[in-house]
Design a protein around this ligand. Structure first.
Ligand code: UT7
Length: 334
């Protein structure tokens, strides 16, 4: 048996900054409302004419992660790609990475778990490494939200939250089983699928719904029951963090850095308070990037690492909750 550990991290954010003031020109919203309810000041949206997509951004982040790992693309044995905004209905973005990075014909798997996508993807990769099947796995989270959002007042409850971006890591074999990913914890509750959903296009609905829909009933924009999602998020975040700590005989005092999915600064602050963590023990960057769904945890992890906030031997806890509902955590000894 082996453990797996992260040996390289990378991120890519489109340069185009969209501020709350910019949004208030498109819809009835305000900087004050957005900051007070979400903590978001600005986000990145891929500009018109750009060649960036989820796969392209994922490839850019992956290149950095591979380089920082001291490896080349030829050392990667497998690709796991998490997104809710793939370039195509099918095939998934994973195979595009194989092509974009000109990699050997390694396997590629797509994970469709929305906000907890990266933590799920990390868990999948961890299992392949633990069993000895693969040595180096590229794990990517990337989202291209901005082209699929309702940018009118009708969509303001959702649209102001989401941002575009990508993050990636190289997960590698670790012989010392007291180090690296100590455990991962995955959950779902499908009865709430309709609380945060893009209902069509789908095989069941896309042609009739899109072709016959009127302006009012289109369902290809994301729908979210924000208050319901918020209430569930705070409970599930707490549960899954506690589950991870207990599994490893750790307590909240052992957390050196908590990286929560960047859904809403108020959710992160609630969790911080509940666990009695000081400001330096919780990493947030939602203020700059908004909610980048499956990319958010790995972008935040990369940025925390770039800022020197992660040291050898630290206990890092990743936690996420979102559409599905799905939620997950990972406890890492760096
Ligand atoms: O990442 C996946 C998981 N997602 C989450 O965890 C998100 C969880 N939910 C949330 O973050 C919050 O529910 C939101 C930020 C989405 C919304 O905040 P809220 O405090 O729950 O507001 P609300 O939806 O209850 O809306 C309050 C009011 C409403 O007006 P009335 O009915 O009180 O007159 C909305 O129409 O705010 C209005 N509103 C807005 N006003 C200005 C909704 N969106 C906006 C907006 N600008 N962008």
């Amino acid at each position: 048996m082996y453990n797996s550990k992260i040996i390289g991290l990378g991120k890519y954010l489109p340069e185009n900054v969209v501020t709350n003031a910019d949004l208030s020109k498109m819809m009835d919203t305000s900087d004050e409302w957005i900051q007070e309810r979400t903590g978001i000041q600005e986000r990145r949206w891929i500009p018109e004419g750009s060649e960036d997509t989820s796969a392209v951004m994922g490839a850019k982040a992956a290149k950095i992660a591979i380089e920082r790992a001291g490896l080349t693309k030829d050392d990667i044995d497998f690709i796991v790609f998490a997104t809710l905004s793939p370039d195509y209905y099918f095939p998934g973005c994973g195979v595009q990475i194989q092509d974009l990075l000109d990699m050997p014909t390694v396997g590629a798997l797509d994970v469709r778990n929305q906000c907890s996508g990266f933590v799920y993807a990390l868990s999948v990769a961890d299992q392949f490494i633990k069993t000895g099947m693969y040595k180096n796995i590229l794990v990517i989270g990337a989202e291209y939200h901005s082209n699929g959002l309702d940018k009118t007042t009708r969509g303001r409850g959702v649209t102001v939250i989401f941002g575009d971006g990508a993050g990636a890591c190289v997960l590698s074999r670790e012989e010392d089983t007291t180090k690296g990913i100590l455990s991962t914890h995955l959950h779902s509750e499908g009865k709430y699928a309709d609380k945060l959903i893009v209902a069509s296009p789908s095989i069941a609905h896309w042609v009739p719904e899109i072709l016959e829909s009127t302006e009012e009933d289109i369902s290809y924009f994301p729908y979210m029951d924000g208050t319901f999602v918020f209430k569930n998020a705070v409970v599930r975040f707490s549960e899954v963090i506690i589950e991870g700590l207990m599994k490893n005989n750790l307590t909240k005092k052992d957390i050196d850095l908590l990286i929560p999915h960047q859904a809403n600064l108020r959710i992160a602050q609630f969790i911080q308070k509940k666990f009695g963590l000081s400001d330096d023990k919780v990493f947030n960057n939602i203020m700059k990037y908004g909610n980048t769904t499956a990319a958010s945890v790995v972008i935040a992890l990369t940025e925390a690492w770039e800022q020197g906030k992660i040291k050898e031997g630290d206990h890092i806890v990743l936690a996420a909750f979102g559409s599905g509902f799905t939620w997950a955590s990972a406890v890492i000894k760096w």
